[in-house]
Design a protein around this ligand. Structure first.
Ligand code: 0GY
Length: 294
């Protein structure tokens, strides 16, 4: 693998939508910089550098106040780039790590000190080689107090994931709603299956994120302005207003063929969360409960 890819917009538009004060972009990543933080030998993609300076400039441009930086698969279980970005944020970022399930308790404490508040289990075969459920459950049982698990999986394995999710002893946050086919509509089979999951526990959260992935032309959607996404997702956010958090997903790993304009992503917010009260929960209250409770 030699080509380094760019998956983010060179000059995102200024959104028309103005987020409430204190809004959190609760799903974004940093890549490198490579010279300081090499990518994992197991990385499935090799991106151009997308470091904290770029991320924080985008945060300000979009009208956000804080970031939750999710360790991207290209950095494997070395969380140095994520921790460095959090440290440079002046208290305006926290994070989600990816760890070796055998991680020592002292190292979990060090991650907590560095601003980490959860760990991510990634089940996408195109991104990771292994997802050992038994080892994941072991480490989930010994996380620092107040942490949660972030899960990334696709809709076709939701049913097979159910016993595993049931067994996770801390809150669970599902990336991009488990990637439903939004073109099925709000009552489609994928959205109904996801709703059954949410009904099974009251501490399962979700990210109503990534219209660019879920309503992409190459996925059978119509692309920006992502009408199918808005139609399918708005009812879910309305029905579970206290269990959703939102993020840009910048720098949009692997989206180089259909790069989204981050300003347009922000302008999706009022289309999936109607009214100031709901938008405040989605962007401020909910992410603060998960990431800045202390
Ligand atoms: C996302 C989605 C993707 C990548 C990763 O860790 C990652 O590399 O999460 C993807 O390619 O679908 O949420 O960033």
């Amino acid at each position: 693998m030699t080509d380094r890819i760019t998956s983010w917009h060179p000059s995102p538009s200024k959104p028309r939508y103005v987020p409430p004060p204190g809004a959190v972009d609760a799903h974004c990543h940093v890549f490198g910089p490579l010279a300081q933080f090499p990518f994992s030998p197991k990385a499935k993609y090799l991106p151009q550098d997308a470091g904290p300076d770029q991320l924080f400039a985008l945060r300000d441009h979009l009208g956000f106040t804080r970031n939750v930086i999710v360790q991207a698969s290209c950095h494997g279980t070395d969380n140095s780039a994520t921790l460095d970005a959090i440290a440079r944020s002046g208290g305006k970022a926290r994070g989600v790590a990816v760890v070796d399930p055998d991680i020592h308790a002292d190292d979990l404490c060090a991650l907590h000190e560095g601003g980490i508040r959860g760990i991510r289990f990634n089940f996408l075969k195109r991104l990771v080689d292994n997802a050992p459920k038994d080892k994941f459950l072991e480490v989930a049982a010994r996380l620092p107090a107040g942490w949660h698990v972030v899960m990334y999986f696709e809709a076709d394995i939701l049913e097979e994931m159910r016993p595993f999710i049931d067994a996770i002893p801390v809150p669970v946050v599902v990336d991009h709603m488990g990637r439903p086919d939004v073109t099925q509509g709000p009552n489609g089979a994928d959205m109904q299956a996801f709703r059954r999951l949410l009904e099974s526990r009251d501490d399962i959260w979700f990210k109503p994120t990534c219209p660019d992935r879920l309503d992409a032309i190459k996925e059978g959607g119509k692309g920006d302005p992502w009408d199918a996404f808005a139609a399918a997702v708005a009812p879910l956010v309305a029905d579970y207003p206290d269990r959703c958090i939102w993020g840009t997903d910048w720098p949009h790993p692997n989206m180089q063929d259909e790069i989204p304009d981050d300003g347009h992503l922000v302008d999706m917010i009022p289309r999936i969360a109607e009214g100031y009260a709901l938008q405040r929960k989605l962007l401020v209250d909910n992410p603060n409960r998960l990431y800045w409770a202390d």
